[in-house]
Unconditional design. Structure first.
Length: 379
């Protein structure tokens, strides 16, 4: 299942449920620069952008395919054996499947430092997913430290899942700020769409097509908006999920040329640069665990229509920097689109650099390094 790599190591990383992740790459890069001996196991398929990035950075890794749920016991035993052989001082996992496998396996192998990042919020509670709830309990139980990506996740862990407060540490997700330079001054506020309704207005969505992300409300608003600005275009970037059929049904009433679905975009800054406005409207405050697209759009300066969820709930006076609308309200989204199109929202302020700096990817990687490695006592 695994190819043998040079032994031993200080830290073992185990990742799953990811095709690309600048955050994980930044963490690995930090350990490499500090010359810490580490090993990496990827649970999933090869040939992803993450694999390509690792290859270009000359970071070796082992691949373990997850082809069936029936292989879970075998994968667990393989990971356990690998941990025993490597005898790392710390194990860090990212991804639900990796965390579920790695935390109890590391416990059985007597690894003292067992850390994972909780990327989801109350998804399992929301859909009453019994197996998911059990998986969360197991993972929480055997970790020595849980990284929460926002205060919402911290609250869920402590208040709803009874995790000891001392076990939880908040580290915000990070973005490469140099790639998301604020372009707010580049907008020509004199070029009102109201004066030129034939102009194409590019509207973007970056979210998995699931009911929780509220994309059906955005689609309904767009259909109405298109009757005013008929040359506008909606681009939805995200993997297809439970709401894809409903969103597709809503958009049947408009020309196919006025919208498109893209499952994956490797260049989010370029995509944001193509937009006149971005819409991200999860249906409740605790749907997003973090909501990276919020910070990417704010950093880039794209006029944005948001509902309050995830990290956005922690931003003071967020209404100064984006148009905030109620949950599940297509009419409010439509009116916000109209306001942006008529340039009546040009008084929105640029997001302050001093606030944005806490979401830098380098700062995030430093915090992870401290949490995973720096607290280790000498052999």
């Amino acid at each position: 299942m695994f190819s043998l790599i040079k032994l031993p190591c200080e830290v073992l990383f185990i990742f799953s449920d990811v095709n690309t992740s600048p955050q994980l790459i930044a963490i690995l890069e930090k350990f490499k620069k500090r010359k810490i001996e580490f090993r990496l196991i990827l649970l999933g398929k090869g040939g992803t952008e993450l694999c390509n990035n690792l290859d270009s950075m000359e970071i070796s890794y082992s691949l373990c395919s997850i082809s069936s749920k029936y292989r879970i016991p075998l994968i667990f035993l393989s990971i356990l054996k690998r941990i025993i052989v490597l005898h790392p001082r710390a194990v860090y996992a990212s991804g639900q499947f990796a965390s579920l496998i790695a935390m109890p396996a590391a416990f059985l192998a007597r690894v003292r430092v067992r850390v994972f990042t909780r990327h989801h919020s109350n998804f399992h509670q929301y859909f009453d997913m019994r197996l998911g709830l059990i998986a969360d309990k197991v993972t929480n139980r055997y970790a020595t430290k849980i990284i929460a990506v926002s205060k919402i996740v911290e609250k869920i862990l402590i208040s709803e899942e009874n995790v000891p407060r001392t076990k939880v540490r908040i580290i915000y997700n990070g973005i490469a700020l140099n790639k998301f330079e604020n372009r707010i001054d580049a907008f020509d506020t004199t070029d009102s769409f109201r004066l030129n309704p034939a102009k194409t207005i590019q509207i973007g969505v970056i979210a998995r097509l699931t009911e929780l992300k509220g994309i059906d409300y955005t689609a309904t608003a767009f259909v109405k908006f298109l009757s005013i600005f008929p040359n506008s275009h909606l681009s939805i970037v995200g993997a297809k999920s439970d709401s894809f059929n409903e969103v597709s049904r809503i958009l049947l009433s408009v020309p196919e040329s006025s919208y498109d679905f893209v499952e994956f975009n490797t260049d989010i800054p370029k995509f944001l640069d193509s937009l006149d406005m971005l819409v991200h409207v999860p249906i409740a405050v605790d749907i997003e665990s973090f909501g990276l697209v919020y910070m990417e759009a704010l950093a880039f300066g794209v006029p944005s229509i948001f509902t309050l969820s995830g990290i956005l709930s922690e931003i003071p006076q967020i209404e100064k920097y984006a148009q905030i609308v109620p949950y599940r309200d297509s009419e409010a989204i439509y009116l916000a689109m109209i306001n942006f199109a008529n340039n009546s929202m040009t008084q929105l302020e640029s997001f302050p650099p001093q606030l944005m700096s806490q979401f830098g990817i380098e700062e995030m990687a430093d915090l992870y390094f401290d949490e995973i490695y720096s607290s280790l006592s000498p052999h």
